[in-house]
Design a protein. Structure first.
Length: 344
């Protein structure tokens, strides 16, 4: 492989813009070789806008190219696992949009294939790459023991933002499937282990999509720690707030970009962190840089396949709790002797 890897972006829908910009704006890290979409017009438009060498309507064509060393998967959720596995078998490194897959079983199959094929598999959790979130991850021990976390992510969509949102077999648990990975990844990051119990409720308030648009969940952790999560597609104005109660005080993170502890500003929002995540946002550039470090076998902050499996396990429990109306107990995780994180 050349020192600068060639990239194919698979799926040219709404989230792809920020991934495409992340690749094309950092030519020192990688070269955008191909854009891929079943709608060839979308692929060609993306190739023209972001400077890809070719556009395809077939994943097979992109994976057949020897100058494509890695792929960024921006497809609907149910396609993440099959395409990631196909790419890994073709010897391509994979950065897959969240959620990693539809189920923990699918996520594990992806990770096992990546390990067997000796390629990197990373999960795109863009919010981890804000400075405030990174600071918290690296300095959390300074705040003392974490007692509880309260996370609210409320946005407003006046209509379905993609055709598959209207398809019942694909949009089940819609707000949880789309925004649940963001907030639960954060909770997983700060709790540093997996929940013992999960309770969740979700409802659909609007009939212009096929899945639930309001959800609340409560997660219990060892050491008498609790986390609560609220998700909404109906909230105006938008709210993105995290409140963490520590032994030494309370941390509040607003919009993932500002961290305050006991009333003192610790990390302020950067001028470069004000773009919407669908609008060629800086956190995607940072995320892609970490992915290229992982490909090169260097220390990095990519979200690993093992973390992705753990998150999918929690999401499975959330969906089970939503369907059953009952609290779900999670069995203790037995760690594999060999990590599933496939970094050559």
């Amino acid at each position: 492989m050349s020192l600068v890897p060639g990239i194919a972006v698979i799926g040219c829908g709404r989230i792809s813009r920020s991934h495409l910009a992340a690749v094309s704006s950092q030519p020192e890290l990688a070269t955008l070789i191909a854009t891929v979409d079943s709608d060839i017009r979308l692929a060609r438009d993306a190739a023209t806008r972001y400077g890809a060498q070719v556009a395809f309507d077939s994943v097979d064509e992109a994976l057949a190219r020897s100058d494509v060393h890695a792929v960024v998967i921006c497809l609907p959720n149910h396609l993440h696992a099959p395409v990631a596995i196909q790419a890994a078998r073709a010897g391509k490194h994979v950065l897959v949009e969240k959620p990693m897959a539809d189920t923990a079983e699918d996520a594990r199959a992806m990770a096992e294939t990546a390990r067997a094929c000796q390629v990197v598999l990373a999960v795109a959790q863009c919010r981890r790459h804000f400075r405030a979130i990174r600071y918290l991850a690296e300095h959390q021990s300074q705040f003392g023991k974490l007692i509880s976390a309260q996370v609210s992510l409320g946005v407003y969509w006046p209509d379905a933002q993609a055709p598959w949102w209207r398809e019942a077999d694909k949009a089940s648990g819609l707000v949880v499937a789309l925004n649940g990975p963001h907030v639960l990844d954060f909770v997983q990051m700060v709790m540093r282990d997996d929940p013992l119990r999960v309770h969740a409720e979700a409802v659909r308030c609007n009939d212009f999509w096929a899945g639930e648009d309001e959800a609340m969940m409560l997660l219990a952790y060892s050491g008498k720690r609790l986390a609560s999560v609220h998700l909404s597609f109906n909230q105006r104005p938008v709210e993105n707030r995290k409140v963490l109660v520590f032994e030494r005080g309370t941390a509040v993170i607003e919009n993932d970009t500002q961290l305050v502890f006991n009333g003192d500003l610790i990390v302020a929002q950067g001028d470069d962190e004000k773009r919407h995540y669908l609008d060629e946002a800086i956190e995607f550039q940072r995320q892609f840089r970490e992915f290229t470090l992982a490909i090169a076998g260097q220390p990095n902050h990519s979200v690993s396949a093992d973390e992705g499996i753990r998150l999918m396990r929690t999401l499975d429990a959330v969906h089970q709790a939503m369907r059953s109306g009952r609290t779900v107990e999670l069995p203790a995780v037995v760690q594999d002797a060999e990590s599933l994180d496939a970094v050559p």
